[in-house]
Design a protein around this ligand. Structure first.
Ligand SMILES: *[C@@H]1O[C@H](CO)[C@@H](O)[C@H](O)[C@H]1NC(C)=O
Ligand SMILES: *[C@@H]1O[C@H](CO)[C@@H](O)[C@H](O)[C@H]1NC(C)=O
Ligand SMILES: *[C@@H]1O[C@H](CO)[C@@H](O)[C@H](O)[C@H]1NC(C)=O
Length: 443
């Protein structure tokens, strides 16, 4: 029975991610077509009714007459790379429609189940040890399905190359890639990006977590695996920063040699400048080890409180003009942490941002912060607050606002996930994606 289950999962792998290895050969890149064969020998599994290869995968929110002065490869995702890609039917998904949408399982994607994400301190010792060993496996197993992009000079697209990465590193890289400054008419604009400082923030991170969770399910054959979260409300001193959990650190910030992640290195560290996409992801010498300095930064000496979370949840508008870090009385901007959740106006480092700054080290460097697994636990809690807000305000996808942030329009594809999931379609309850959160400390 166990063997059968493993087989069923492994035969229908493939979920959203970037870049599909099958779509990075020179022939596919030249033809701008990402419609790989499924195992039935047809493009996108079309003979089996799973999907079809179609033109114009991009949904753009801007009026067609408007000229965009961008040279950015991620804009109107995935248009720069592909004109054609798979459109999957029903419960099917994945770059060749060989996989299932989140929450669906089995060869025909007709089985559903819901996993429960728990607070890490709610896990049994066995569950916790399993989580750490799954992460270790994801960090050291090369992704079969995905590769990552690198270049030392983003201006010259003929220098772009695709290289192997481990499953955890693909997850980490997707975050790094989404955050890079936007190349606009030859210069870099780092005031906006595809995943932050705009209405895409909560949904973008939701997809990233789903990607990692599904990849780990596929890797281990454990369909019921769920990511844990860290409820940091009122936490006095990063109580999970111990070797039994996420790891203790020394005064310089490096993790204790007796902790689970002591020997993890950060991909893309050292390449945190505009021109590069993670040049040398395979260069071990360039990569720094994980480090943390909880509570050291004067900008965030403590973690957010229960009251901060309640004040954040009270804002009724999902987001408000101008839909960036200056938006007032916006749930998204309070959650992301650019305004005081109490008055919705005063600029401050709060909530999501506060936890990054509080932890410092790798987590304090936003582009590479996803290298530290505490990022996963932190963002699961941010996602839990997002879920709480969706429930309390009966939110629906039509609450996602039109806006001018590149890649963050309601009908634009969440960038750089693949195949396309529109930003507005992420404004739906987590049960639509096959997971729920446990109740913990009154929330
Ligand atoms: C999708 O899965 C659901 C739940 O198992 C099933 O009832 C439905 O028939 C499936 N849809 C398609 C189009 O296969
Ligand atoms: C873009 O750059 C070109 C050449 O430097 C310049 O002529 C043009 O005005 C610029 N456009 C915008 C919108 O900045
Ligand atoms: C906080 O944790 C650090 C590292 O584990 C420890 O050195 C420090 O004494 C703790 N501070 C308090 C106030 O508990």
């Amino acid at each position: 029975m166990i063997i059968l289950c493993v087989f069923l999962i492994l035969c229908c792998n493939l979920v959203q991610g970037q870049f599909p290895r099958a779509c990075t050969t020179s022939a596919t890149l030249r033809s701008k077509s990402c419609c790989p064969l499924w195992k039935d020998g047809s493009l996108c599994g079309s003979s089996s009714g799973r999907g079809r290869c179609r033109d114009r995968v991009v949904f753009t929110s801007l009026a067609s007459g408007r000229v965009r002065q961008y040279d950015d490869d991620r804009l109107d995702w995935p248009k720069y790379y592909y004109d054609k890609s798979c459109e999957c039917f029903g419960n099917y998904s994945g770059y060749n429609c060989g996989g299932c949408r989140y929450g669906y399982f089995g060869e025909k994607c007709d089985r559903t189940h819901t996993v429960e994400r728990k607070e890490i301190r709610e896990l049994s010792l066995l569950e916790r040890k399993r989580f750490f060993s799954y992460l270790a496996l994801a960090k050291t197993t090369k992704s079969q399905d995905f590769v990552i992009l690198y270049t030392g000079d983003r201006h010259h697209k003929d220098t772009y190359k695709f290289v192997d990465a481990s499953i955890y590193d693909v997850f980490s890289w997707i975050h790094y890639y989404s955050i890079k400054a936007i190349l606009q008419n030859g210069t870099f604009d780092d005031t906006t990006n595809y995943a932050h400082q705009g209405p895409a923030f909560p949904g973008w991170h939701r997809l990233g977590l789903l990607f990692l969770e599904r990849q780990i399910q596929l890797l281990t054959g454990d369909e019921y695996f769920a990511l844990p979260y860290w409820d940091w409300r009122e936490d006095k001193n990063c109580s999970i920063c111990t070797n039994a959990f996420l790891g203790d650190n020394d005064v310089q910030g490096f993790l204790s040699p007796y902790s689970h992640f002591a020997f993890w290195k950060s991909i893309c560290s050292g390449y945190n400048y505009d021109e590069a996409y993670c040049l040398g992801a395979d260069d071990q010498n360039q990569m720094e080890k994980l480090h943390r300095k909880p509570g050291v930064s004067p900008d965030a000496p403590s973690l957010p409180t229960i009251q901060d979370v309640e004040e954040t949840l009270k804002w009724e508008d999902f987001d408000r003009p101008p839909y960036d870090r200056s938006a007032r009385r916006s749930f998204r901007n309070a959650l992301e942490g650019f305004i005081d959740p109490k008055d919705g106006v005063t600029r401050q480092i709060g909530m999501h941002n506060q936890v990054h700054v509080y932890l410092g080290g790798t987590m304090g460097e936003v582009p590479i912060s996803s290298n530290d697994p505490i990022f996963v636990l932190h963002h699961c809690f941010i996602d839990k607050i997002f879920e709480e807000w969706l429930c309390r305000h009966n939110a629906t996808s039509d609450m996602y606002p039109e806006n001018d942030q590149p890649g963050q329009g309601p009908n634009e594809c969440s960038t750089p996930y693949f195949p396309c999931i529109r930003n507005k379609d992420l404004l739906r309850n987590s049960t639509n994606f096959g997971y729920i959160y446990s109740k913990y400390q009154g929330m």
